[in-house]
Ligand binder design. Structure first.
Ligand SMILES: *Cc1c(COP(=O)(O)O)cnc(C)c1O
Length: 360
């Protein structure tokens, strides 16, 4: 068996220890004689799994008591609708559009009310994050929405916006658990887990109590109401049980690695390896503005589409896979999530150096 260095943006690399533990427990989860995939979501075993996962996530992120943690389905994209349906109580919300994901979220929210794009970096092909100090927040906005790390363009917010008292809603799909977070600064944090946390099929929503509608919303589908999910502890219907189990194993792994402070140091070190190489390279160039560079997704180009394609093909031969950029932007993208070892980034940089010398 040969494991490759997998730079996929998502679904993405998971910690090898987690995969091994899942394999070891596959046929018999802790002596109950069945796999997690086969057990009732109402069983005491599964109750233990979901409750432990929540407790560990709360510990890792320092989630205050007045926030609820939900394990849901439908991916991050379903939340593009659920957020306005539950939170847009004034009929107005402000969106900062810094890439494809926030643009999609903004467009979806427009179906449900006056979703306003208050800043955009589309003029610069989303290579930067709009100036968060210059935002003109609407007086009647129910919330201010950002995508904290734009997976495709490789930008992240260097700091959070001052939302003038409005709840901040953030899509953190591609930077979830990559560094410590001050949960109190947000009204709602959410992300699909398939980027940095677990297998596809789970989306985690962390929402402040007072933002969860108190009454049933007659025109909103039952499953899309946060109230339904909060009242039922994410068990209104069958949740994505196996995915939640794997997320729980990843939370344990993160704790064993030293938590989010340790992850941040490691992630910054890995990102620096790659950006330092890119900044001195005569062949490769990073595409995001330096101040706004993501430490999770690193897009880069040679400037020659044929050469990019050759690089991607030769990298694959060398065991460096899924390095092709998103189909909407081309070039390359290395996603270097928590589970990507430093050795993987070193192998990538060494390969880029070799490729560059061969094409000098
Ligand atoms: C991948 C991604 C999404 C979409 O996630 P799905 O779970 O596929 O709906 C949304 N936002 C960000 C930032 C992403 O990286």
């Amino acid at each position: 068996m040969a494991r490759v260095y997998n730079f996929s943006a998502g679904p993405a690399v998971l910690p090898e220890e987690v995969l091994q533990q899942a394999a070891a427990e596959m046929l018999d989860y802790q002596g109950c004689g069945m796999s997690v995939m086969e057990m009732s979501h109402r069983s005491k075993e599964f109750k233990g799994i979901i409750e432990t996962a929540e407790a560990d996530l709360r510990e890792l992120m320092g989630i205050p008591e007045n926030y609820r943690v939900l394990f849901l389905q439908g991916g991050a994209s379903q939340q593009f609708a659920a957020i306005p349906l539950n939170l847009m109580t004034t009929g107005v919300a402000d969106y900062v559009v810094s890439g494809s994901w926030s643009k999609k979220a903004w467009k979806e929210a427009k179906r449900f009310g006056d979703a306003r794009c208050i800043a955009s970096s589309e003029d610069g092909n989303f290579s930067y994050v709009p100036d968060v100090d210059a935002l003109e927040i609407s007086d009647d906005a129910s919330y201010v929405y950002i995508c904290q790390n734009e997976t495709i363009y490789g930008t992240r917010y260097p700091k959070l916006p001052d939302t003038k008292g409005k709840p901040l809603v953030a899509d953190v799909s591609s930077c979830f658990l990559s560094e410590p977070v001050e949960v109190e600064r947000y009204g709602l944090i959410y992300g699909g887990v398939q980027k940095n946390v677990g297998p596809a099929g789970v989306v985690i929503v962390i929402v402040r109590d007072d933002l969860v509608p108190e009454e049933d919303l007659p025109t909103v589908p039952t499953m899309l109401q946060y109230k339904t999910q909060v009242d039922n502890g994410s068990l209104y219907n069958t949740p994505p049980c196996y995915g939640i189990y794997i997320c729980g194993l990843v939370f344990k792994w993160l704790k064993a690695q030293g938590g989010l402070k340790a992850m941040k140091l490691r992630n910054e070190e890995k990102a620096a390896l790659l950006y330092d190489f890119l900044d001195q390279s005569k062949l490769f160039k990073a595409t995001a503005r330096a101040e706004d560079r993501s430490i999770m997704n690193v897009p880069f180009i040679t400037g020659d589409a044929d050469l990019d394609a050759q690089f991607v093909a030769e990298a694959k031969e060398a065991g460096i896979v899924n390095i092709k950029g998103h189909r909407s932007v081309g070039g390359m993208r290395a996603s270097i999530y928590n589970a990507m070892p430093k050795a993987g980034v070193e192998a990538l940089v060494a390969f880029m150096d070799k490729f560059e010398k061969a094409h000098a």
